[in-house]
Design a protein around this ligand. Structure first.
Ligand SMILES: NC(=O)c1ccc[n+]([C@@H]2O[C@H](COP(=O)([O-])OP(=O)(O)OC[C@H]3O[C@@H](n4cnc5c(N)ncnc54)[C@H](OP(=O)(O)O)[C@@H]3O)[C@@H](O)[C@H]2O)c1
Length: 244
């Protein structure tokens, strides 16, 4: 994709200290895209991603910090936009939670809504004016199969991912005339820290790999024809197709 390499695009990716975010960052630098890795409480993990990218000859900046601290989030977003062009935003950072509905506290509910909905919503609002200036304006939200159906013991996570998908749809409808493409990727089980912690019963075998999702991100960025795909819903092999 020489044409995209020549554009010297920059992508902001949240939560790239591991899992889908790290795999996506590594995939995009392979295509000549500069990546700005925004947010991460585990600085060491984010620095590891940075080192992997730099060893691969990629261009990368990191902004470690808690994204739900809105002073940090907005200061970082402003600095990023001041010092870079912003063509692509990938809202990836998120947390899951397993608990019976009756046991979810207000704080747990607020915390999960904050990182999974409020952060992508207002980060996108901050960066949109800059993204609109790009000839390759793309926003990708990492939703989930739980954006589409109810799952027991995950009510707060499911509510947050329904909200994220709803936001994605409204934003897409609001900005497509400005040339901004807004997509959702809705994966089933991906073998990352999130799943290792929340579903220790699952093994890597048959799980979606973070690199599989990174390939879909690249597909959205590289596919610039007139056929626009809004969302890709992905299930893991062995799960019944066309069912979430
Ligand atoms: N794994 C799956 O099966 C699956 C399926 C569907 C959708 N997803 C979605 O995919 C996205 C990526 O998840 P993953 O599976 O790759 O899990 P992961 O490896 O746990 O990645 C989540 C990332 O988000 C960051 N993060 C979380 N809260 C943060 C905060 N308050 N401030 C800054 N960074 C924060 C984490 O960094 P720190 O820990 O360093 O803060 C981490 O790097 C999430 O939105 C998730 O809901 C995952």
């Amino acid at each position: 994709m020489e044409e995209i390499k020549n554009k010297k695009l920059t992508a902001v990716i949240t939560g790239a200290g591991g899992g889908i975010g790290r795999a996506t960052a590594l995939r995009l630098v392979k295509e000549g895209i500069k990546v700005i890795l925004l947010g991460g409480n585990r600085v060491q993990k984010l620095s590891e991603t940075e080192a992997l990218i730099k060893n691969a000859g990629g261009e990368c900046e990191i902004y470690p910090g808690n994204l739900t601290d809105f002073n940090f989030l907005f200061d970082a977003a402003e600095k990023i936009a001041r010092e870079n062009r912003v063509d692509i935003l990938i809202n990836n950072a998120g947390v899951a939670m397993n608990a019976p509905f009756t046991e979810v506290t207000e704080k747990q509910f607020d915390d999960i809504m904050n990182i999974n909905v409020r952060v992508p919503y207002f980060l996108t609002q901050k960066l949109l004016p800059y993204i609109k200036k790009s000839g390759h304006a793309t926003i990708i939200n990492i939703a989930s199969v739980v954006s589409h159906a109810g799952y027991p013991l995950q009510s707060a996570y499911v509510a947050s991912k329904h909200a994220l998908l709803g936001f994605t749809k409204s934003l897409a409808a609001e900005v497509y005339k400005d040339g901004v493409r807004v997509h959702a990727i809705s994966p089933g089980g991906v073998y990352t820290d999130m799943v290792k912690i929340s579903r220790p019963d699952l093994s890597e075998k048959g799980m979606i790999l973070p690199e599989d999702i990174a390939d879909i991100v690249w597909f959205f960025i590289s596919n610039r024809g007139n056929a626009v795909i809004d969302e890709i819903l992905v299930h893991r092999v062995g799960k019944e197709p066309f069912l979430v």
